[in-house]
Write a protein that binds this ligand. Structure first.
Ligand SMILES: NC(=O)c1ccc[n+]([C@@H]2O[C@H](COP(=O)([O-])OP(=O)(O)OC[C@H]3O[C@@H](n4cnc5c(N)ncnc54)[C@H](OP(=O)(O)O)[C@@H]3O)[C@@H](O)[C@H]2O)c1
Length: 366
């Protein structure tokens, strides 16, 4: 038999069984006998049993997989972006739940930095909840200046992902492969722009902590610190995860063109706010620039910064990047709760009039 014909003729059997059965010469037409020769007997029995069990399952519609198996399967099938979104949304829900607590418990859990130093401990701890929260938060206080770890981590993560991208690293490839094809993607140019924006922001914050911000003895609960580290760790992946499926550079360039000026505005003004705060006698009422209209303009700038990232990184056909939008939502909720605490602190210290004409964080809204 010519070589090519023999090859074509034998192929179905080679494909079916993986290898030729030693007893099969491969000669003659493919029929159920020659198939039996190619398939070892045990394999045929296996196939028959599998067919019978499939038929039984088809007839028994009342046999769904156990619920834990279903949950595990659903969880492992989720794209990486959804894990990050879930983290941000759960963290936002936790902040909202804290804000809904009675004011003593809320203040113990949510206040940090100067607000915490100012808030006197509740006089009577007759509520079991307040006593429990006071006992919990009295342990594990860390310096407010440890915020610097967030930005150092952010810079390190940005550099790590750049190194992974340039060297086709296995961690980045693993995440990108699980994400690709699960939805529309942002372009490479957009992803590079968002990456740069996050690096520039974190770099400036590292500089501020090293040079601008004055040392203090104010503290925060370790839970705030760990939550902050989680925020920046996930942010470093949120920057590129929705850009996993594109190799083109320019697509969506107009989104970057809109987002960058907003980012620059927020970036510059947040620096001004931090410089103003650093120049104040501890603790006095800030009133320069945006502080004349807002209690916490540096928080407003932070929210605007993240919103601009969500616009810049929006995948094809979408206005916003959902993962970065969830990060923005967390920043809004978290900083909103802190801004409300700051307003109360200033009102207690300088009188209600001092903050009466100011918005907490978002002009005309909050
Ligand atoms: N993405 C997020 O979820 C998130 C979360 C938290 C913070 N951040 C960002 O991180 C930055 C800092 O936040 P923060 O909550 O630490 O701000 P903050 O509590 O207002 O403190 C910022 C700095 O200003 C000082 N300060 C505050 N009020 C002052 C006053 N009345 N007089 C004198 N000094 C004053 C603080 O001193 P002390 O050290 O003595 O308190 C601290 O050094 C903000 O821009 C914020 O947007 C982001």
């Amino acid at each position: 038999m010519p070589r090519l014909a023999r090859h074509l003729y034998l192929r179905p059997y080679v494909k079916l069984s993986g290898k030729l059965h030693p007893g099969s010469s491969g000669m003659g037409l493919p029929n159920r006998y020659s198939r039996a020769l190619v398939y070892p007997t045990e394999r045929l029995v296996d196939l028959r049993l599998a067919r019978r069990s499939r038929r039984r399952t088809e007839n028994n519609h009342d046999l769904p997989p156990p619920s834990w198996q279903w949950s595990l399967h659903t969880l492992t099938a989720l794209p990486p972006s959804q894990y990050i979104q879930t983290f941000y949304l759960l963290a936002s829900a936790a902040c909202l739940a804290t804000a809904a607590l009675p004011s003593d418990a809320r203040s113990l859990l949510a206040d940090y930095g100067a607000r915490k130093a100012a808030s006197s401990p509740p006089a009577k701890r007759d509520s079991a909840l307040v006593a429990l929260v006071a006992a919990l938060t009295s342990r594990g206080q860390v310096p407010h200046s440890w915020f610097t770890a967030f930005y150092t981590l952010s810079v390190c993560c940005s550099l790590f992902w750049a190194w992974q991208f340039l060297g086709s690293g296995v961690v980045l490839r693993g995440i990108a492969e699980r994400q690709a094809g699960t939805g529309p993607s942002a372009s490479l140019g957009q992803t590079a722009a968002v990456w740069g924006m996050v690096l520039v922001q974190a770099g400036r914050r590292v500089y501020e902590h090293a040079v601008v911000i004055r040392a203090s003895r104010s503290t925060m609960w370790w839970v705030h610190w760990v939550l902050g580290l989680g925020f920046y760790l996930f942010l470093s992946v949120a920057v590129w995860v929705e850009g996993s499926g594109k190799e083109r550079w320019l697509l969506g360039g107009w989104k970057v063109a809109v987002a960058v000026p907003v980012f620059v505005f927020a970036w510059v003004n947040q620096y001004r706010c931090h410089k103003h705060l650093a120049g104040l006698r501890k603790y006095s009422l800030p009133s320069d620039g945006l502080f004349s209209h807002l209690v916490c303009p540096h928080y407003a700038c932070e929210c605007l910064l993240y919103f601009s990232l969500a616009v810049a990184g929006a995948p094809e056909g979408q206005w916003l990047n959902r993962t970065l939008l969830c990060a923005t939502a967390f920043a809004v909720v978290n900083l909103g709760v802190t801004a409300a605490g700051t307003r109360k602190w200033y009102a207690d210290k300088f009188g209600e009039e001092a903050v009466a004409k100011k918005w907490n964080m978002i002009p005309f809204v909050f």
